[in-house]
Ligand binder design. Structure first.
Ligand SMILES: Cc1cc2nc3c(=O)[nH]c(=O)nc-3n(C[C@H](O)[C@H](O)[C@H](O)COP(=O)(O)OP(=O)(O)OC[C@H]3O[C@@H](n4cnc5c(N)ncnc54)[C@H](O)[C@@H]3O)c2cc1C
Length: 435
């Protein structure tokens, strides 16, 4: 499904009048001029009294929703309200992996659409997001697991996504450092999505912020939403640390804080918040040029452009809003990593961090109207929402602009939980209580 053309009356970010277009020529000119000519990538906006749309949360999804609203749907009277500086939430904390390796056809189609948007995003945003389709590889370790992966690969192909099988020789040729015959978890083979890969996460936040701001969106940082005001069954605006801001529509795009914000309107979401940790090692020479996922546990790894090995594993089991994790997961991740790539044992960890994940009870996100007129949400991303930013932003903007779900997100309505129509997605870790 392709993105419809931008409406003729919508503003065109491609002019980039305020910040100036980025190009190799511009870089050269600025280098020769002592880098004095660079302008702010997005305006520091002050809150106005009222907007047509207020988006709460300046993460990837909030900024992308604003960008598409302004540039594809012609709605520019928009504010993004962020409690800190933009990009310091999960969008700047994730391990940057993009892929569409899901199980449920409706989710595969959604995430594959997102992959397609990533493929043209840098040109659209005129921003280098270092989109690297280096391939995502999944090892399998038992016959049963292989059968399960074949099913997933077939589901993916049927939904139009790409997936290839690798035997042990092909896997070893692709990843010389892998241990195929570790005593505990011998590797029988692998699956790979060649179009999967990584994207520089900060650049995604900055690129969308610049494109949204150029089109007239106010990005208001250091402005925390503390309440949702309503009258006659309709949301009328947000209470913030910088005063009340009126709104025709309020969109919650606050990731791990979704249940907290919805609670301000008296709505209880089927979401639990858990911490997810990540780690980066000291920088080394090129060691791994794909994203590698360990099938015998929950461990995944890639190498950043700076040379650090970036890796992580499962969510912490307990509920928390704290952006830090426990030692228990760190030990599990290290053990699994060394079982797959023994050379990792000689590396030192440089940094560890965590973000807060909005885990839905079926592993499928929520892009939906909420049971209060004018209130919508873009969330429930579990631990896989980075890859979904382009499609999540686009389809949430569609929902706001047209008042009905985009066909790709019809199954993401929050009403599915009450109706018993959950979309159980094993690819994103549903049932957080069972982790
Ligand atoms: C360690 C880790 C690794 C991950 N790895 C991957 C991966 O490889 N691939 C993948 O697809 N996904 C990954 N994810 C998940 C992904 O990062 C998230 O699902 C996604 O970023 C969530 O959407 P967001 O970017 O909008 O969230 P965020 O960036 O968290 O944005 C939400 C924003 O809301 C703001 N906010 C909250 N409350 C308020 C309030 N009251 N008022 C105003 N603002 C508020 C927050 O400050 C925050 O900036 C990972 C996450 C973590 C933590």
């Amino acid at each position: 499904m392709s993105v419809p053309p931008r409406p003729a009356d919508a503003r065109r970010p491609h002019a980039f009048r305020a910040s100036g277009r980025y190009s190799a020529l511009r870089l050269l000119r600025e280098a020769l001029g002592g880098h004095q000519g660079w302008r702010r990538a997005w305006r520091k906006a002050e809150p106005r009294k009222e907007y047509q749309v207020v988006i709460v949360g300046g993460g990837g999804h909030g900024l992308a929703t604003a960008y598409y609203l302004a540039n594809h749907f012609g709605i520019t009277d928009v504010a993004v309200v962020e409690k800190g500086p933009i990009g310091l939430g999960n969008v700047g904390r994730n391990t940057t992996i993009i892929r569409s390796t899901y199980y449920r056809p409706e989710n595969i189609r959604f995430y594959d659409h997102s992959l397609r948007l990533w493929e043209g995003l840098e040109q659209e945003l005129n921003f280098n997001a270092m989109v690297s389709q280096r391939g995502v590889v999944y090892t399998y370790h038992t016959d049963g697991q292989r059968d399960h992966m074949i099913r997933r690969a077939n589901d993916m192909r049927l939904a139009g996504a790409d997936c290839v099988e690798l035997d042990r020789a092909a896997l070893k040729a692709l990843i010389p450092a892998i241990s195929l015959d570790s005593g505990r978890f011998p590797v029988l083979g692998a699956f790979m999505q060649p179009r999967g890969g990584t994207v520089r996460h900060d650049a995604v936040a900055w690129g969308y912020a610049r494109g949204a701001s150029e089109a007239g969106v106010d990005i208001i940082e250091h402005c925390e939403v503390t309440g949702l005001r309503q009258a006659n069954g309709r949301v009328t605006g947000v209470e913030t640390t910088r005063g009340f801001i009126g709104a025709g529509t309020v969109c919650l795009a606050v990731a791990g804080h979704s249940s907290h914000l919805a609670g301000m309107a008296g709505i209880r979401l089927p979401i639990e918040t858990h911490a997810l940790q990540a780690f980066v090692s000291e920088a080394i020479k090129p060691f791994l040029d794909v994203v590698l996922m360990f099938g015998a546990g929950h461990f995944y790894i890639s190498q950043s452009d700076k040379g650090g090995m970036v890796f992580g594993g499962a969510i912490d089991a307990h509920n928390t809003y704290a952006q830090r994790g426990t030692q228990w997961i760190a030990q599990e991740v290290a053990a699994e990593g060394v079982a797959l790539l023994p050379a990792l044992a000689r590396l030192r960890i440089l940094r560890q961090w965590a973000g807060v994940m909005d885990m839905t009870m079926d592993g499928t996100p929520i892009i939906s109207k909420l049971p209060l007129d004018g209130l919508v949400m873009n969330g429930g991303w579990c631990y896989g929402g980075f890859k979904a930013i382009p499609a999540g932003g686009y389809t949430a903007a569609h929902l706001i602009a047209h008042g009905e779900a985009h066909p790709l997100t019809a199954h993401m309505d929050v009403g599915r939980f009450a109706a018993g129509l959950t979309v159980d997605e094993p690819g994103t870790g549903p049932f957080p209580w069972a982790h």
